[in-house]
Design a protein around this ligand. Sequence first.
Ligand code: AHM
Ligand code: MG
Length: 341
Amino acid sequence: MDHMADAHRTDLMTITRYVLNEQSKRPESRGDLTILLNHIVFGCKFVCSSVSKAGLAKLLGLAGETNVQGEEQKKLDVLSNDVFIKALTSSGRTCILVSEENEEAIFVEPSNRGKYCVVFDPLDGSSNIDCGVSIGTIFGIYLVQDVDNPTLDDVLRSGREMLVAGYCMYGSSCTLVLSTGGGVNGFTLDPSLGEFILTYPDIKIPKKGKIYSINEGNARNWDEPTKKYVEKCKFPPDGSSPKSLRYIGSMVADVHRTLLYGGIFMYPGDKKSPSGKLRVLYEVFPMSFLMEHAGGQAFTGKQQALDLVPKKIHERSPVFLGSYDDVDEVKALYAAEENGA
Ligand code: AHM
Ligand code: MG
């Protein structure tokens, strides 16, 4: 983990080396995904550098625009979106981009097109920017079905068809967590090298955790299973110790902690917002993909989150994700409700 402890180590696993190793396991691969991921990594480094300089560069404050969901955009959101759109289109490997910040999907010009579709939230948790709390970028990658004829159906697909998912957290350090369909690996940016180094190999989420994470301020609007589950976290009926509550309000940071320490992160639907708040394509799917590949699970209240098939690119869904056993408890409460218990 502490690669910097040994200044003489020369066998560091950089993210480029890791992705190339993965590529070599697929002889048919022509390196397109490697190039695309390199461009995403560049976008993350750029945003990381901008986030850390935000105060200095007077980037804080409103950009005077409103995004699709009617929320105020901050300057860093706008900048991050521009950075990722440029990084992705210039890779020459993308054909459709869906960003939280753009109402419509972006179809890349035919001369610059490749075979991948990228869905992303360029800067999630932006309400936390001004107080220096961790924020992040979330992304997922699909393979287009017909390179010559990309359509919205290429991204309105089940999360199980995603090829790659990841996030980059801009926190006390810059950490990129990635799954290309095998395990889940975490890389930390070494600023002196300008490289992401493998620091969390083959992440496995603990089977059961001691932390629950939810916006308790919405409690009066929760449905019964959510109310019962949170009550169980606080007053376990078997007399065991209660779980601790941790809620940052920045999905990348809350999910990162959940992945490493175990436990459950929830953004349920409620009476006011039956579909919850989080967006299926670029928030729920990539995080659910990572959870499942790390041995955890993700549930919507009705089904495994990755089985959803969105009808609109900015669709929302409730989500309960994290340690396998903790999510199982939520599933049992929803099943009991359905059976009239
Ligand atoms: P954003 O995409 O506008 O930043 O909103 C998403 C964020 C997530 O990072 C976080 O999990 C959630 O909103 C917190 O919402 P709330 O403030 O309602 O608890
Ligand atoms: Mg977001």
